[in-house]
Design a protein around this ligand. Structure first.
Ligand SMILES: Nc1nc2c(ncn2[C@@H]2O[C@H](COP(=O)(O)OP(=O)(O)OP(=O)(O)O)[C@@H](O)[C@H]2O)c(=O)[nH]1
Ligand SMILES: [Mg+2]
Length: 409
């Protein structure tokens, strides 16, 4: 250890030896200086020892701190700014400090986190059945049947999964193998619906009509899709076919501005199909690659929502052959099995060509996606796992199943 001694320390050290000397030769010192005789020898001894200790560093005991430590503890004196050359040399000599990469979660991680609740509400419940016994006997099968029916996948799909396990029962060696059989069945159901929404080269504008009940996530899904298409270098026009509320039009305009998409504004209460028509006309005139049309989830008149959507669809196809090229149904995962019934109604009324399932991150009922995939021959285009712009992921069955079966605990 390095200690710095000031001149005062040297004086004290010398004084300590003087006192120690006096205590050792007290009698003789008293002869020279009678005053010394009035003070007992032990007082000199004590003073000598204490002063000596003051100067001798005893780490951990000594009250004084080491010179180097003192320098570190004190704020550095303000030095004149070194010139650029010196700064450069210091920087070159300094050890490189590795800068950790910014923690941007990968899409897989985000999906895993987004599906954590559904894992608990669906996969974990099945796994718990198999955990109860190492043997796959009749009672475990009965429990599995009951559990599957109790999840959000719907009765029909519950039995499809159950029969898949039951059929392989003889060859399954234990709970892990049974779980793997379920996983394979889920993956094969979902893989059949994997068909991402691709914008074909020759179709311009590619018209997407976005439908779904109110609050399902239509408007935010439109924003996320527009953001995605813009990032792919496409020009996007958004039309506000939800004229039911002024706030809905403003919300959509806000998103359009945010993602850099063009926007066709409507008046509150305007006929949604005429807004869609104006949107298409504008997209054709301005040469946009993609037109996305928002629609209402409810209406202010008694007129049937489905009739309104049919009319919009008709108007679009009259103006441009083949339009709308995509009728995207946005489903809220938090409503569980009701999403199956919604799909049935929208599909029979207007013919749904793609599904986006939103709010998977906030739901334990996301297993319903398996039920929808099993019951309807409709591609699942996107899954929504949060409120950020990149929280709408194209549906990838393999990746989805991996995330779904991932135990986050
Ligand atoms: N956590 C989460 N929230 C979402 C997701 N998608 C949409 N939301 C939220 O759901 C709420 C409703 O979304 P909107 O896009 O306004 O739904 P909408 O279908 O347009 O609703 P209406 O216009 O009333 O018919 C908003 O607060 C969104 O931020 C998602 O994937 N995850
Ligand atoms: Mg909306």
């Amino acid at each position: 250890m390095h200690y710095s001694f000031s001149s005062r320390d040297y004086v004290i050290l010398a004084l300590s030896y003087v006192f120690l000397g006096i205590s050792a030769f007290h009698g003789r010192a008293a002869d020279v200086l009678p005053l010394i005789g009035a003070v007992p020898a032990w007082v000199f001894l004590l003073a000598g020892v204490l002063l000596n200790l003051w100067c001798i560093p005893l780490p951990g005991i000594h009250p004084r701190i080491s010179g180097r430590a003192a320098q570190q503890a004190l704020p550095a004196p303000r030095a004149a700014a070194p010139d650029a050359a010196v700064q450069e040399r210091v920087a070159a000599e300094a050890e490189p400090v590795p800068v950790p990469p910014p923690s941007v979660p990968r899409a897989e991680e985000k999906l895993g986190r987004g599906l954590a609740k559904t894992h608990k509400g669906f996969i974990d419940r099945i796994a718990a059945v198999f955990r109860r016994s190492a043997k796959l006997d009749a009672s475990i099968l009965a429990e599995l049947e009951e559990t599957l029916v109790g999840t959000d996948i719907g009765v029909r799909t519950a039995y499809a999964l159950f029969e898949a396990v039951q059929g392989k029962m003889q060859s399954l060696e234990g709970p892990d193998a049974a779980m793997e059989a379920i996983r394979q069945e889920v993956e094969s159901i979902l893989a059949a619906r994997e068909n991402p929404l691709l914008i074909p080269e020759g179709v311009k504008p590619f018209v997407i009509m976005v439908t779904g009940v109110n609050g399902s996530g239509k408007t935010t899904t439109i924003a996320k899709m527009a953001y995605r298409f813009k990032n792919e270098g496409k020009s996007v026009l958004i039309a506000s076919g939800d004229t039911f509320r002024a706030a809905a039009i403003e919300q959509l305009e806000h998103w359009a501005v945010k993602v850099g998409a063009d926007f066709v504004k409507a008046q509150q209460g305007a006929d949604p199909s005429s807004v869609a028509f104006d949107g298409l006309q504008a997209a054709l005139a301005r040469g946009h690659d993609v037109l996305i049309i928002d629609t209402a989830g409810r209406l202010h008149t008694k007129e049937n929502l489905m009739e309104e959507l049919k009319k919009t669809k008709r108007v679009l196809s009259k103006k441009l052959e083949g339009a709308p090229h995509e009728i995207l149904l946005v489903l809220d995962a938090t409503i569980g099995q009701n999403a199956i019934e919604q799909t049935r109604q929208f599909n029979s009324a207007i013919g749904v060509t793609g599904i986006a399932m939103t709010k998977l991150d906030g739901s334990s009922k996301g297993g319903v996606i398996v039920g929808i995939a099993n019951e309807f021959d409709i591609p699942i285009r996107f899954v929504g796992i949060g409120e950020d712009m990149d929280d709408l992921q194209p549906f990838d069955a393999k990746r989805f199943v991996e995330a779904l079966f991932l135990d986050n605990d």
